[in-house]
Design a protein around this ligand. Structure first.
Ligand SMILES: [Mn+2]
Length: 443
């Protein structure tokens, strides 16, 4: 082809594309050659013309590799616009993005503002996206006639949570392995049922959610990620909701433990603007990203007592807290008794202990009790924990009776999904079928 012909072609294309680089790409010429041909034609009007402005040229580039993708958008200013332009389905979740803006000198010596947004996405699994059906709203209905004796159920750390273990033979390609012990939890529901309408107070001691993926202190094993919805749903539908149905009259308290605190800590450390965020219609009510909200505690008329460390006084006698002491077997109770001026019950340590002490008061000697009902999580090492591979943890549940001016604390041990209560042997149902029926989730 003659030089003249090339110059014509370059010129025509330049009029169309308005970019030296684009013309170069189309004709397989270096940008300098394109420039040369345009100049050679002596058609300065083209090069000097202010016309081909780098108008809102938007270019989106998507690089996908398996379940992750990097999307780059030129001429795009916001993440929202980029995701719009990329038109990916909603299973893609952005976990990191960069906004770039810089200025460049255009051909007409004008300064143009350029923008680029780069987003890193990963594909969230179906269970993370599929809407979960709403459940009923409950209101506690206080008993019109009060029984003479009062009784309370004290439910310790269940550490509700999951590992998703890759398993090609499983229906969705992975198995859901609970951190909580379903059979032990079912024992507690059966005991609540047996206690009948005299059961007026239920105290959940905290660490009812493990929230491992929210920890800002420990690294999260990948198998623990994307499990929060399922964990909350199973705690809600597998323990809290049945408790409310069994005990429509009871006051139900959930104390904040150090594991529930992880949500607030993560927010303050990683996204402090989300702290205290509330629905705009009232600007009151629960914070959106709080345990009260994600467990829908209001819908079950369950009272959340926080922050971590806050106490609930049972029958004006017993100070109940999640606890922070952890000593070897049998020694946490003695550590609490050393300084105690009232009876105390705590969780946190995952050991079943009870001890008593007499203290001096102005009215004479007084017997006080220190007790920890153990835990309701797995004790075989399934729960992420610090320390060695042998765990000295025990399961159980606490019961407090109040009669006249007497209070009696009792502990019921649970082992391998079996408890003995009031002379009855209770076998917990920890089956996947029952859990699916209660929660509406597939495992
Ligand atoms: Mn704890």
């Amino acid at each position: 082809m003659k030089d003249e012909d090339i110059a014509d072609k370059v010129r025509r294309l330049y009029e169309k594309l308005g970019s030296i680089r684009a013309v170069g790409r189309a004709l397989d010429l270096a940008p300098s050659s394109v420039h040369y041909h345009l100049n050679k034609k002596k058609d300065r009007t083209l090069l000097d013309a202010p016309a081909p402005k780098p108008k809102a040229r938007r270019k989106v580039d998507i690089k996908r590799e398996g379940d992750s993708a990097i999307v780059t958008g030129r001429g795009i200013r916001t993440l929202e616009d980029l995701l719009d332009a990329a038109n990916l389905d909603r299973s893609w979740v952005c976990f990191k993005h960069h906004l770039n803006a810089w200025q460049a000198l255009a051909k007409d010596s004008e300064i143009v503002q350029l923008h680029q947004v780069k987003a890193y996405l990963e594909r969230a699994p179906d269970f993370f996206i599929d809407p979960i059906q709403p459940l009923k709203q409950y209101r506690r209905t206080p008993l019109s006639v009060k029984p003479t004796n009062k009784s309370a159920l004290i439910i310790p750390d269940s550490q509700h949570g999951f590992r998703r273990i890759e398993d090609p033979s499983a229906e969705n390609g992975y198995r859901w392995e609970p951190l909580h012990d379903r059979a032990a939890i079912d024992c507690v529901l059966q005991i609540a049922d047996m206690m009948g309408p005299e059961l007026d107070t239920i105290v959940l001691l905290g660490d009812m959610l493990d929230l491992a993926p929210w920890s800002t202190r420990w690294t999260t094993d990948p198998s623990l990620r994307f499990t929060t919805n399922y964990s909350c749903r199973e705690l809600y539908a597998g323990l809290l909701l049945p408790l409310r149905e069994i005990c429509p009259h009871a006051e139900i308290i959930l104390l904040e433990g150090n594991h529930e605190l992880r949500i607030n800590k993560a927010i303050l450390e990683k996204l402090d603007e989300a702290h205290g965020l509330r629905s705009a219609d009232t600007l009151s009510g629960n914070e959106i990203l709080s345990v009260q909200s994600i467990l829908a505690l209001d819908s079950l008329d369950i009272k959340y007592v926080g922050p971590y460390g806050a106490a609930f006084w049972l029958y004006d006698e017993i100070r109940i807290q999640h606890g922070s002491k952890a000593r070897p077997a049998g020694e946490t109770a003695s550590a609490y008794l050393r300084s105690a001026t009232s009876s105390r019950i705590w969780g946190h340590v995952h050991r079943l202990e009870m001890a008593q002490k007499k203290i001096q008061t102005k009215d004479g000697p007084k017997l006080i009790t220190a007790a920890s009902p153990g835990c309701l999580c797995r004790t075989d090492g399934g729960v992420p924990h610090a320390g060695g591979d042998f765990l000295d943890w025990q399961q159980g549940v606490g019961i407090v009776y109040s009669s006249g001016d007497r209070v009696s604390v009792q502990l019921v041990p649970i082992e391998d999904g079996v408890a003995i209560f009031n002379g009855y042997t209770i076998r917990g149902d920890g089956s996947v079928e029952t859990t699916t029926r209660r929660t509406g989730l597939k495992f």
